[in-house]
Design a protein around this ligand. Structure first.
Ligand code: ASP
Length: 314
Protein backbone atom coordinates (compact mmCIF):
# COMPACT_ATOMS: atom_id res chain seq x y z
CA UNK A 1 0.00 0.00 0.00
CA UNK A 2 1.22 3.46 -0.79
CA UNK A 3 -0.80 5.08 1.98
CA UNK A 4 -4.10 6.91 1.92
CA UNK A 5 -3.58 8.84 -1.33
CA UNK A 6 -5.33 7.10 -4.25
CA UNK A 7 -2.86 6.30 -7.02
CA UNK A 8 -3.46 6.85 -10.69
CA UNK A 9 -3.86 3.30 -12.03
CA UNK A 10 -1.80 2.05 -14.96
CA UNK A 11 -1.44 -1.24 -16.79
CA UNK A 12 1.20 -2.24 -19.35
CA UNK A 13 1.35 -5.36 -21.50
CA UNK A 14 3.88 -6.87 -23.90
CA UNK A 15 3.56 -9.46 -26.64
CA UNK A 16 7.13 -10.74 -26.64
CA UNK A 17 10.56 -9.47 -27.67
CA UNK A 18 11.14 -10.58 -31.22
CA UNK A 19 13.72 -10.32 -33.97
CA UNK A 20 11.52 -11.18 -36.95
CA UNK A 21 7.88 -10.23 -37.11
CA UNK A 22 6.27 -10.91 -40.49
CA UNK A 23 4.77 -7.67 -41.78
CA UNK A 24 1.29 -9.10 -42.20
CA UNK A 25 1.27 -9.97 -38.49
CA UNK A 26 2.27 -6.56 -37.13
CA UNK A 27 -1.17 -4.97 -37.08
CA UNK A 28 -2.77 -7.99 -35.40
CA UNK A 29 -0.11 -7.88 -32.70
CA UNK A 30 -0.72 -4.16 -32.11
CA UNK A 31 -4.44 -4.79 -31.86
CA UNK A 32 -3.88 -7.70 -29.49
CA UNK A 33 -1.78 -5.75 -26.99
CA UNK A 34 -4.13 -2.76 -27.15
CA UNK A 35 -7.11 -5.03 -26.46
CA UNK A 36 -5.34 -6.62 -23.48
CA UNK A 37 -4.20 -3.30 -21.97
CA UNK A 38 -7.68 -1.86 -22.39
CA UNK A 39 -9.23 -4.85 -20.60
CA UNK A 40 -6.70 -4.64 -17.75
CA UNK A 41 -7.32 -0.90 -17.41
CA UNK A 42 -11.09 -1.45 -17.21
CA UNK A 43 -10.50 -3.78 -14.25
CA UNK A 44 -8.44 -1.09 -12.50
CA UNK A 45 -10.92 1.71 -13.25
CA UNK A 46 -13.69 -0.40 -11.76
CA UNK A 47 -11.69 -0.62 -8.54
CA UNK A 48 -10.10 -4.02 -9.23
CA UNK A 49 -6.69 -4.95 -7.89
CA UNK A 50 -3.46 -4.93 -9.88
CA UNK A 51 -3.44 -8.72 -9.57
CA UNK A 52 -6.87 -8.99 -11.24
CA UNK A 53 -5.82 -6.58 -13.99
CA UNK A 54 -2.66 -8.50 -14.96
CA UNK A 55 -4.52 -11.81 -14.91
CA UNK A 56 -7.29 -10.40 -17.13
CA UNK A 57 -4.81 -8.88 -19.60
CA UNK A 58 -2.68 -12.02 -19.88
CA UNK A 59 -5.76 -14.26 -20.24
CA UNK A 60 -6.74 -12.24 -23.32
CA UNK A 61 -3.28 -12.63 -24.81
CA UNK A 62 -3.23 -16.38 -24.04
CA UNK A 63 -6.53 -16.72 -25.92
CA UNK A 64 -5.17 -14.77 -28.90
CA UNK A 65 -3.56 -17.24 -31.35
CA UNK A 66 -1.09 -14.60 -32.60
CA UNK A 67 0.94 -14.77 -29.37
CA UNK A 68 3.21 -17.46 -28.03
CA UNK A 69 1.15 -18.35 -24.95
CA UNK A 70 -1.91 -20.51 -24.38
CA UNK A 71 -3.61 -20.92 -27.78
CA UNK A 72 -0.80 -20.18 -30.23
CA UNK A 73 2.06 -21.37 -28.02
CA UNK A 74 5.09 -22.56 -29.98
CA UNK A 75 5.87 -26.26 -30.29
CA UNK A 76 8.68 -28.15 -28.62
CA UNK A 77 10.97 -30.61 -30.42
CA UNK A 78 8.29 -33.32 -30.24
CA UNK A 79 5.63 -31.08 -31.72
CA UNK A 80 3.69 -30.59 -28.50
CA UNK A 81 2.90 -27.51 -26.40
CA UNK A 82 4.45 -27.11 -22.94
CA UNK A 83 3.73 -23.80 -21.25
CA UNK A 84 5.23 -21.79 -18.38
CA UNK A 85 3.51 -19.00 -16.45
CA UNK A 86 3.81 -17.04 -13.22
CA UNK A 87 2.00 -14.32 -11.32
CA UNK A 88 2.98 -12.23 -8.30
CA UNK A 89 1.16 -9.94 -5.91
CA UNK A 90 3.31 -6.98 -4.86
CA UNK A 91 1.25 -6.49 -1.67
CA UNK A 92 2.88 -9.38 0.13
CA UNK A 93 5.19 -10.99 -2.47
CA UNK A 94 2.93 -14.03 -2.78
CA UNK A 95 3.44 -15.79 -6.10
CA UNK A 96 2.29 -18.81 -8.07
CA UNK A 97 3.64 -20.54 -11.15
CA UNK A 98 3.32 -23.57 -13.38
CA UNK A 99 5.90 -24.98 -15.78
CA UNK A 100 5.85 -27.47 -18.65
CA UNK A 101 2.04 -27.41 -18.32
CA UNK A 102 0.04 -29.14 -21.03
CA UNK A 103 -3.59 -29.29 -22.13
CA UNK A 104 -4.98 -26.23 -20.38
CA UNK A 105 -6.16 -23.05 -22.05
CA UNK A 106 -4.98 -20.48 -19.52
CA UNK A 107 -1.81 -21.31 -17.57
CA UNK A 108 -1.90 -17.87 -15.90
CA UNK A 109 -5.17 -18.74 -14.17
CA UNK A 110 -3.67 -22.00 -12.94
CA UNK A 111 -0.61 -20.09 -11.68
CA UNK A 112 -2.92 -17.84 -9.68
CA UNK A 113 -4.64 -20.89 -8.20
CA UNK A 114 -1.22 -22.27 -7.19
CA UNK A 115 -0.60 -18.97 -5.42
CA UNK A 116 -3.96 -18.85 -3.68
CA UNK A 117 -4.85 -22.50 -3.04
CA UNK A 118 -1.56 -24.22 -2.26
CA UNK A 119 1.29 -23.60 0.19
CA UNK A 120 3.69 -23.71 -2.79
CA UNK A 121 5.00 -21.33 -5.44
CA UNK A 122 5.59 -23.59 -8.47
CA UNK A 123 4.08 -26.81 -9.80
CA UNK A 124 5.63 -28.77 -12.67
CA UNK A 125 3.96 -30.64 -15.54
CA UNK A 126 2.39 -33.75 -13.98
CA UNK A 127 1.72 -32.08 -10.64
CA UNK A 128 0.29 -29.03 -12.39
CA UNK A 129 -2.06 -31.28 -14.38
CA UNK A 130 -3.23 -33.11 -11.24
CA UNK A 131 -3.79 -29.80 -9.47
CA UNK A 132 -5.71 -28.40 -12.46
CA UNK A 133 -8.02 -31.41 -12.32
CA UNK A 134 -8.52 -30.99 -8.57
CA UNK A 135 -9.41 -27.32 -9.11
CA UNK A 136 -11.91 -28.18 -11.86
CA UNK A 137 -9.83 -26.46 -14.56
CA UNK A 138 -10.95 -28.03 -17.86
CA UNK A 139 -8.44 -30.29 -19.57
CA UNK A 140 -8.46 -29.66 -23.31
CA UNK A 141 -6.82 -31.68 -26.10
CA UNK A 142 -3.27 -30.34 -26.56
CA UNK A 143 -4.02 -30.11 -30.31
CA UNK A 144 -6.47 -27.33 -29.59
CA UNK A 145 -3.61 -25.02 -28.58
CA UNK A 146 -1.67 -25.63 -31.80
CA UNK A 147 -1.94 -23.25 -34.74
CA UNK A 148 -1.10 -24.16 -38.34
CA UNK A 149 1.53 -21.40 -38.39
CA UNK A 150 3.35 -22.94 -35.42
CA UNK A 151 3.19 -26.38 -37.00
CA UNK A 152 4.77 -25.04 -40.20
CA UNK A 153 7.37 -23.01 -38.29
CA UNK A 154 8.53 -26.10 -36.43
CA UNK A 155 8.76 -28.06 -39.65
CA UNK A 156 10.87 -25.32 -41.27
CA UNK A 157 13.04 -25.11 -38.19
CA UNK A 158 13.71 -28.83 -38.21
CA UNK A 159 14.75 -28.74 -41.87
CA UNK A 160 17.45 -26.17 -41.20
CA UNK A 161 21.08 -27.18 -41.20
CA UNK A 162 23.24 -26.33 -38.20
CA UNK A 163 24.75 -23.38 -40.05
CA UNK A 164 21.29 -21.93 -40.59
CA UNK A 165 20.04 -22.48 -37.06
CA UNK A 166 18.69 -19.17 -35.86
CA UNK A 167 19.78 -17.54 -32.65
CA UNK A 168 17.58 -18.52 -29.73
CA UNK A 169 16.29 -14.94 -29.64
CA UNK A 170 14.17 -15.53 -32.73
CA UNK A 171 10.54 -16.52 -32.85
CA UNK A 172 9.38 -15.22 -29.56
CA UNK A 173 5.99 -13.90 -28.51
CA UNK A 174 5.67 -14.51 -24.82
CA UNK A 175 3.10 -12.30 -23.14
CA UNK A 176 3.12 -10.34 -19.90
CA UNK A 177 1.49 -7.57 -17.93
CA UNK A 178 2.32 -5.27 -15.02
CA UNK A 179 -0.09 -2.99 -13.21
CA UNK A 180 -0.38 -0.42 -10.44
CA UNK A 181 -3.82 -0.10 -8.81
CA UNK A 182 -5.43 2.83 -7.03
CA UNK A 183 -4.32 1.40 -3.66
CA UNK A 184 -0.71 1.74 -4.76
CA UNK A 185 -0.17 -2.00 -5.15
CA UNK A 186 1.57 -3.64 -8.09
CA UNK A 187 1.46 -7.09 -9.70
CA UNK A 188 2.91 -8.91 -12.69
CA UNK A 189 1.89 -11.87 -14.84
CA UNK A 190 3.96 -13.62 -17.53
CA UNK A 191 2.95 -16.57 -19.74
CA UNK A 192 4.71 -18.40 -22.59
CA UNK A 193 5.06 -21.44 -24.77
CA UNK A 194 8.81 -20.94 -24.40
CA UNK A 195 11.22 -21.34 -27.31
CA UNK A 196 10.28 -23.13 -30.50
CA UNK A 197 11.93 -26.54 -30.92
CA UNK A 198 13.01 -26.55 -27.26
CA UNK A 199 13.82 -29.86 -25.60
CA UNK A 200 10.90 -31.59 -23.95
CA UNK A 201 10.85 -30.54 -20.32
CA UNK A 202 12.85 -27.35 -20.92
CA UNK A 203 11.69 -24.59 -18.59
CA UNK A 204 12.60 -20.95 -19.19
CA UNK A 205 12.52 -17.79 -17.15
CA UNK A 206 8.79 -17.09 -17.37
CA UNK A 207 7.69 -19.20 -14.36
CA UNK A 208 10.69 -18.12 -12.27
CA UNK A 209 10.07 -15.24 -9.90
CA UNK A 210 12.91 -12.72 -10.14
CA UNK A 211 13.65 -13.58 -13.76
CA UNK A 212 10.37 -13.78 -15.73
CA UNK A 213 8.90 -11.10 -13.50
CA UNK A 214 8.83 -9.52 -10.08
CA UNK A 215 6.39 -7.36 -8.15
CA UNK A 216 6.90 -5.54 -4.86
CA UNK A 217 4.62 -2.63 -3.96
CA UNK A 218 7.59 -1.01 -2.22
CA UNK A 219 9.25 -0.63 -5.64
CA UNK A 220 7.28 -1.63 -8.73
CA UNK A 221 6.72 -4.53 -11.10
CA UNK A 222 8.43 -6.04 -14.16
CA UNK A 223 7.48 -8.69 -16.74
CA UNK A 224 10.29 -10.04 -18.94
CA UNK A 225 10.56 -11.67 -22.35
CA UNK A 226 13.46 -12.87 -24.46
CA UNK A 227 16.09 -15.56 -24.28
CA UNK A 228 15.07 -17.42 -21.13
CA UNK A 229 18.44 -18.95 -20.31
CA UNK A 230 20.04 -15.48 -20.37
CA UNK A 231 17.22 -13.90 -18.35
CA UNK A 232 17.62 -16.62 -15.71
CA UNK A 233 21.37 -16.04 -15.46
CA UNK A 234 21.00 -12.33 -14.65
CA UNK A 235 17.67 -12.46 -12.73
CA UNK A 236 16.50 -9.77 -15.10
CA UNK A 237 13.27 -8.61 -13.41
CA UNK A 238 14.70 -8.33 -9.91
CA UNK A 239 17.85 -6.71 -11.30
CA UNK A 240 15.77 -3.94 -12.86
CA UNK A 241 13.94 -3.32 -9.58
CA UNK A 242 17.28 -3.27 -7.78
CA UNK A 243 18.28 -0.37 -10.03
CA UNK A 244 14.93 1.31 -9.34
CA UNK A 245 15.56 0.85 -5.62
CA UNK A 246 18.93 2.52 -6.10
CA UNK A 247 17.19 5.59 -7.52
CA UNK A 248 17.29 5.03 -11.28
CA UNK A 249 14.27 6.02 -13.38
CA UNK A 250 12.35 2.99 -14.70
CA UNK A 251 13.53 3.38 -18.32
CA UNK A 252 17.14 3.79 -17.30
CA UNK A 253 16.91 0.81 -14.92
CA UNK A 254 15.51 -1.35 -17.73
CA UNK A 255 18.16 -0.22 -20.23
CA UNK A 256 20.96 -0.80 -17.71
CA UNK A 257 19.82 -4.35 -16.88
CA UNK A 258 19.12 -5.29 -20.52
CA UNK A 259 22.53 -3.88 -21.47
CA UNK A 260 24.16 -5.94 -18.73
CA UNK A 261 22.42 -9.10 -19.98
CA UNK A 262 23.64 -8.39 -23.51
CA UNK A 263 27.24 -7.72 -22.58
CA UNK A 264 27.55 -10.40 -19.91
CA UNK A 265 25.78 -13.38 -21.51
CA UNK A 266 24.96 -12.13 -25.03
CA UNK A 267 21.26 -12.39 -24.27
CA UNK A 268 18.55 -10.31 -25.92
CA UNK A 269 15.16 -9.53 -24.51
CA UNK A 270 12.55 -6.99 -23.51
CA UNK A 271 10.70 -5.81 -20.43
CA UNK A 272 7.79 -3.73 -19.24
CA UNK A 273 8.25 -1.89 -15.96
CA UNK A 274 5.96 0.16 -13.72
CA UNK A 275 7.11 1.90 -10.55
CA UNK A 276 4.95 2.28 -7.47
CA UNK A 277 4.68 5.98 -8.38
CA UNK A 278 3.08 5.11 -11.74
CA UNK A 279 6.10 5.76 -13.98
CA UNK A 280 6.41 3.15 -16.70
CA UNK A 281 8.65 2.01 -19.54
CA UNK A 282 8.71 -0.60 -22.30
CA UNK A 283 12.27 -1.49 -23.42
CA UNK A 284 13.86 -4.16 -25.56
CA UNK A 285 17.16 -5.05 -27.25
CA UNK A 286 15.65 -7.24 -29.97
CA UNK A 287 14.31 -5.72 -33.18
CA UNK A 288 10.79 -5.20 -31.91
CA UNK A 289 8.31 -5.85 -29.12
CA UNK A 290 4.56 -5.19 -29.25
CA UNK A 291 3.54 -3.26 -26.13
CA UNK A 292 0.67 -1.15 -24.85
CA UNK A 293 0.14 0.98 -21.75
CA UNK A 294 -3.16 2.36 -20.46
CA UNK A 295 -3.17 5.34 -18.08
CA UNK A 296 -5.20 8.55 -17.66
CA UNK A 297 -7.89 7.35 -20.10
CA UNK A 298 -5.34 6.89 -22.90
CA UNK A 299 -3.71 3.89 -24.51
CA UNK A 300 -0.12 4.26 -25.72
CA UNK A 301 1.20 1.48 -27.90
CA UNK A 302 3.89 0.49 -30.35
CA UNK A 303 5.95 -2.31 -31.81
CA UNK A 304 9.06 -0.89 -33.51
CA UNK A 305 11.73 1.10 -31.74
CA UNK A 306 10.66 4.60 -32.77
CA UNK A 307 6.98 3.92 -32.74
CA UNK A 308 4.77 5.37 -30.00
CA UNK A 309 1.12 5.87 -30.86
CA UNK A 310 -1.65 6.99 -28.57
CA UNK A 311 -5.45 7.22 -28.53
CA UNK A 312 -8.04 8.26 -25.96
CA UNK A 313 -10.41 5.65 -24.60
CA UNK A 314 -14.11 6.45 -25.07
N1 ASP B 1 11.43 -15.99 -22.22
C1 ASP B 1 10.73 -17.05 -22.91
C2 ASP B 1 11.46 -18.34 -22.67
O1 ASP B 1 12.67 -18.36 -22.81
C3 ASP B 1 10.59 -16.82 -24.37
C4 ASP B 1 10.09 -15.47 -24.77
O2 ASP B 1 10.09 -14.54 -24.01
O3 ASP B 1 9.67 -15.33 -25.92
O4 ASP B 1 10.83 -19.33 -22.41
Amino acid sequence: MAGSVAMNPVVLVHGGASSEIPQDLEERLRQGVVRAATAGYKVLKEGGRALDAVEAAVTILEDDPEFNAGHGAVLNAEGTVEMDASIMDGRDLSSGAVCAARCIANPIQLARLVMEKTPHCLLTSHGAAKFACAMGVPVIPGEQLITERNRQDLEKEKQKTDAETPSPQKNQGTVGAVALDSNGDVAYATSTGGLMNKMVGRVGDSPCVGSGGYADSAMGAVSSTGHGESILKVNLARLILFHVQQGKAVGEAADTALGYMKSKVKGEGGVIVVSNAGDWAAKWTTESMPWAAAQDGKVHFGLHRDEARVFSLP
